[in-house]
Design a protein around this ligand. Structure first.
Ligand code: NI
Length: 130
């Protein structure tokens, strides 16, 4: 059992939209990601997803509104809810979700974007630890 330092962990990678696992609690993983620009529309049919903003501002577009999260703010996105995260400049976030969740969702409700290759391009390696 060792303490983890988020700032130190964030210094270990530079790639965007590519969540890194830093810890697990039971079947859940804590992941850090750096994001900038716009992600693809997606949903996760089997699980809720937690976004916690560590540094910067993260916007999440839903079908009916856009939520803006500043440092120290978080949201739980219910399963099956279509969302598109984006940031106007680099933002550092922590995600909490069950082991095995793909960052681009399962694509079940997102045929258009899953077919145009952008989703595949944004799908990050799963279970990458730092
Ligand atoms: Ni998501």
């Amino acid at each position: 059992m060792e303490k983890l330092n988020l700032e130190e962990k964030f210094s270990l990678f530079t790639d965007l939209w590519s969540p890194k696992v830093i810890a697990e609690m039971n079947d859940y993983q804590f992941k850090l990601a750096k994001v900038d620009g716009s992600f693809v529309w997606h949903d996760h049919s089997d699980t809720d997803e937690v976004f916690i903003v560590i540094n910067g501002t993260l916007h999440i577009e839903f079908e009916d509104r856009i939520l803006s999260l500043d440092q120290g703010e978080m949201v739980v996105v219910p399963k099956g809810t279509r969302h598109r995260p984006f940031a106007e400049k680099e933002c550092q976030i922590m995600l909490v979700e069950p082991r095995g969740v793909l960052n681009t969702g399962d694509g079940g409700h997102d045929k258009m974007e899953s077919d145009d290759g952008r989703r595949a391009e944004r799908t990050a390696g799963n279970d990458v630890w730092i």
